[in-house]
Design a protein around this ligand. Structure first.
Ligand code: FAD
Length: 383
């Protein structure tokens, strides 16, 4: 389930991988072989039945391969690392039809390229070997803050909370208006106890978040990851358009843009703001994933409130998204052009700003080596 729009793919085919869905846990219970079409939520459930866990994305219906090969952000990135950090090996069908097993010792160059720039440009991933863990102790829940309290809540968030978020907290912020005139700020609270710790610190941290101006607790419980993620389907309007930018974090200036931009009741809008900190920022020279610095990603998705979709309404939505984006960039708190391509569209992506010149050049050389006719031309990044 991509945030990209593949409706216009011509002179090509889309392979539905979902029947390649399987999960096989290793004897030492430290890794699992999964099919190339395995869906994140199905993986979480299969592991949970055996008391095991691995991070997946927010939405339970994302393909694990598509999610992780570009990076793989999620609720547990800060305590466990990104999806890309969990890939130990990949079975890949190359453009010439050969099947290769790729890992740190076999085709290490391809292994490096796949992890961070791997979405459909090197071949078809039919199997992945991934790291798994004993199921951790989790405290998960949701808080909601209505629009009138955003200024005070975001002021505290920007000044006290964001700069000091502990690694155990990997919750996310989501701004959205599922009811047109009632925007909500949602805090997905996810505390993952470090090995040997109980959840006491998590409960204390939750009490602090509960004291944010206007915060209303929707739910909070000690839970297993699979139950939580399956019940927490993020609302996303159908037929949405997306723009996006990466920022230093939820700064005061960014918060101000968000507060100011919820005045037009003609659009459904959503900003799911993933925050990358903690373990997710740990550099890994064996993977080309480039965004190893603290950042918050601001994908802006929107659609016109009135259906059916028309070119005129699409133009209004595009204008609204572009305006928000320009305001975010004007804060000076964004890494303009740097993009997480799973959530930020090509129009807002500058590959050199994202990967750096040297990495980009290396990727281009490898692409020529492994797919010199550009058979796999529809994935990303477009080198
Ligand atoms: C509602 C929603 C919520 C999201 N939440 C998150 C989130 O929490 N964290 C996050 O990081 N991202 C998130 N995303 C973005 C998501 O990671 C991307 O949309 C990702 O592309 C989904 O992968 P997919 O396999 O489901 O999609 P697809 O459209 O099937 O694939 C996307 C790309 O990956 C390639 N690909 C997929 N499978 C394979 C394979 N087996 N072999 C080779 N290439 C493959 C495809 O060629 C294509 O280029 C979200 C998107 C949506 C729509």
């Amino acid at each position: 389930m991509s945030a990209r729009n593949y409706r216009d793919v011509d002179k090509g085919i889309i392979i539905d991988m979902r029947s390649m869905c399987s999960v096989k846990v290793s004897h030492d219970r430290a890794s699992a072989n999964i099919g190339g079409g395995t869906i994140g939520g199905d993986l979480a459930v299969a592991l949970s039945k055996q008391g095991l866990f691995t991070p997946i994305g927010w939405h339970p219906r994302l393909g694990y391969a598509g999610w992780s090969l570009a990076g793989g952000y999620g609720l547990y990135s800060s305590s466990y690392g990104l999806g890309v950090d969990h890939i130990l090996g990949v079975r890949l069908v190359l453009a010439d039809g050969s099947v290769v097993d790729v890992d740190e010792s076999h085709h290490p160059d391809l292994f490096w390229a796949l992890r961070g720039a791997g979405n459909g440009i090197w071949g078809v991933v039919t199997q992945l070997t991934i790291k798994i863990y004993p199921a951790p102790r989790l405290l998960v829940g949701t808080l909601e803050i209505q629009k009138e309290d955003w200024p005070a809540a975001l002021d505290r968030w920007a000044n006290d909370i964001e700069p000091n978020l502990p690694d155990e907290i990997a919750g996310e912020l989501y701004f959205r208006n599922p009811t047109l005139t009632k925007p909500q700020m949602i805090i997905f609270f996810a505390w993952c106890a470090k090995e040997g710790d109980d959840l006491q610190k998590g409960w204390e941290y939750f009490q602090m978040m509960k004291s944010l101006p206007g915060a209303v607790v929707q739910r909070i419980s000690e839970s297993d990851f699979a139950s939580y993620i399956l019940s927490e389907m993020t609302i996303q309007p159908a037929s949405f358009q997306t723009r996006g930018v990466i920022a230093k974090g939820m700064t005061n200036k960014i918060a101000q843009v968000i507060i100011n931009n919820w005045k037009d009741p003609n659009f459904y809008m959503g900003f799911p703001c993933h925050f990358i900190h903690g373990k997710a920022t740990k550099p890994d020279p064996t993977a080309c994933f480039p965004l190893r610095y603290r950042h918050r990603i601001f994908p802006i998705s929107a659609r016109h409130a009135e259906l059916p979709r028309t070119p005129e309404k699409d133009a209004l939505v595009a204008e609204a998204c572009a305006r928000v984006l320009e305001e975010l960039k004007a804060t000076g708190d964004c890494y303009v052009g740097a993009a997480y391509e799973n959530l930020i569209p090509p129009i807002d992506t500058d590959l050199e700003a994202t990967f750096g010149k040297e990495t980009l050049e290396k990727l281009r050389v490898l692409k020529k080596q492994y797919d010199h006719e550009d058979f796999f031309s529809r994935g990303y990044p477009v080198l």
